[in-house]
Design a protein around this ligand. Structure first.
Ligand code: C5P
Length: 236
């Protein structure tokens, strides 16, 4: 199945990595029309942030819940059903077959899309071996991407550097969602493998997740608008 056409302004996903709903609401108000898609991760979700999902949906915004679920299938399924009812658009799960299968089945009939995290980008081959894995990062990413596709997962979270090789594996039937995006001149922070928005789009990314370059800017709205313009130009 070919993914639905993506509205251009929804390709930028701003990560609301903020300590609470008050600061998140202030940032959302400040960003106004410049951002149409937000990501809520551990920090905000565990500080009451899931209450923002319905509010954002009511205002026509999309929400990506980045809680990277992984548990026994029944528990994953019940959690996914609750998230599907919240009006969220994307949810991450770890790319284990049982977990992905349960999540895909549980989101049936809703608008929720499941994204799989293949191998966390903080892991290298040594970390995988220490965790008991036989495969290195690139082989495990490829194997899990294939499993995700077979199981009907809607998309993958990957670094922009992985996007081109993953496109070859999964074709255009899955969304590729890439963090580690830095507009030219922005501070890299702790991200090691970074790309500009234009290069990430050229590498095959569908959605770009950007946190600190927007959140920590003197003028977040201006930075978001500049990224939107760069995405639009890259797609031209
Ligand atoms: O602030 P920054 O732009 O680096 O934020 C990137 C966002 O994407 C954060 O919310 C981070 O948790 C998330 N992320 C990431 N690398 C991954 C997966 C998710 O940076 N591999």
């Amino acid at each position: 199945m070919q993914p639905a056409k993506i509205a251009q302004r929804e390709r930028l996903i701003v990560a609301l990595d903020l300590p609470g709903t008050e600061s998140a609401e202030a940032m959302i108000a400040q960003l106004g029309d410049s951002v149409a898609f937000y990501k809520i991760g551990y920090q905000l979700a565990y500080a009451g942030g899931l209450s923002l999902v319905a509010k954002l949906a009511d205002r026509g915004k999309k929400v990506f819940i980045d809680l990277k679920l992984h548990d026994i299938g029944n528990t994953v399924a019940r959690g996914v059903e609750s998230i599907a009812r919240s009006g969220a658009t994307f949810l991450t799960v770890h790319a284990y077959p049982q977990t992905m299968k349960a999540a895909v089945e549980a989101r049936a009939g809703s608008n929720l899309k499941i994204l799989a995290v293949t191998v966390l980008t903080s892991y290298d081959d040594d970390d995988l071996h220490a965790a008991g894995y036989r495969l290195g990062v690139s082989d495990l990413v490829a194997a899990r991407a294939q499993q995700a596709q077979v199981l009907g997962v809607d998309g993958l979270v990957c670094s922009a550097e992985e996007a081109a090789s993953l496109r070859k594996i999964v074709g255009h039937q899955m969304y590729l969602v890439t963090p580690g995006i830095r507009p030219a001149g922005a501070a890299t922070g702790d991200q090691k493998r970074i790309m500009t928005p234009a290069r990430a789009i050229a590498a095959g990314a569908d959605y770009l997740v950007v946190g600190r370059p927007v959140l920590e800017a003197a003028d977040p709205k201006a930075v978001a608008e500049a990224i939107q313009a760069e995405i639009a130009q890259a797609l031209d």
